[in-house]
Design a protein around this ligand. Structure first.
Ligand code: 5GP
Length: 191
């Protein structure tokens, strides 16, 4: 196929900031493909193996690291998360817009290696609002919510970081009203 190479879009930001909702909207477009990450965390109610994540044992995850199967991987709140390498290569070769929804440490690995793409950070309006959203969605117990809030404080600080002379993220979008945020990200992708 001779079509133009596709574009990588990295969507990152704290748990509860709204990045999954933004990605869900972007996925409606036929030219968009989405990375299904691997994780060692337990499956939540409503999640499906192979669709929301590839749910793996720690041994299986470690084996795949040893086999160099991940484009990037990171530990988040005691669990491992990683992006399988091959789906992105295949999607970009087919001219697709390929979406990664990953946390900050994984983003840094991609930037360090100079992987081209649009790097977007979805930020919450405030930490209090983030805590409210995490509580409201009911997926995490109170201890985990506080752990996620603590990680968020560091992630928000990292969102303005400079890596090798360039910003870690190309854009930081504050998610106050979801529809406005989706429109803002769509504008960045398809100006
Ligand atoms: P959750 O447990 O809420 O599904 O995800 C926790 C965090 O891990 C979120 O910030 C999510 O974006 C991030 N994450 C999901 N998949 C990956 C991945 O493949 N790599 C990295 N680095 N982070 C991921």
């Amino acid at each position: 196929m001779n079509g133009a190479r596709g574009k990588l879009v990295v969507i990152s930001g704290p748990s509860g900031a709204g990045k999954t909702s933004v990605c869900r909207a972007l996925k409606q477009r036929p030219e968009v493909e989405f990375s299904v990450s691997a994780t060692t965390r337990a499956m939540r109610a409503g999640e499906r193996d192979g669709i929301d994540y590839h749910f793996l044992s720690r041994d299986d995850f470690q084996r795949r690291i040893a086999e160099n199967q991940f484009l990037e991987f990171a530990t988040y709140n005691g669990n491992m998360y990683g992006t399988p390498r091959w789906p992105m290569d295949q999607a970009l070769a087919r001219g697709k817009t390929f979406l990664l929804e990953i946390e900050v440490k994984g983003t840094r690995q991609l930037r360090d290696r100079g992987i081209p793409g649009l790097y977007v950070f979805i930020a919450p309006p405030s930490i209090d609002e983030l805590r409210r959203r995490l509580t409201g969605r009911g997926s995490n117990d109170p201890v985990e919510i506080e752990q996620r809030v603590r990680i968020a404080v560091d992630e928000i600080a990292a969102s303005r970081e400079i890596v090798a002379g360039a910003p870690l993220y190309d854009v930081v979008v504050e998610n106050r009203v979801l529809d406005d945020t989706i429109r803002a990200v769509e504008q960045l992708l398809w100006p």
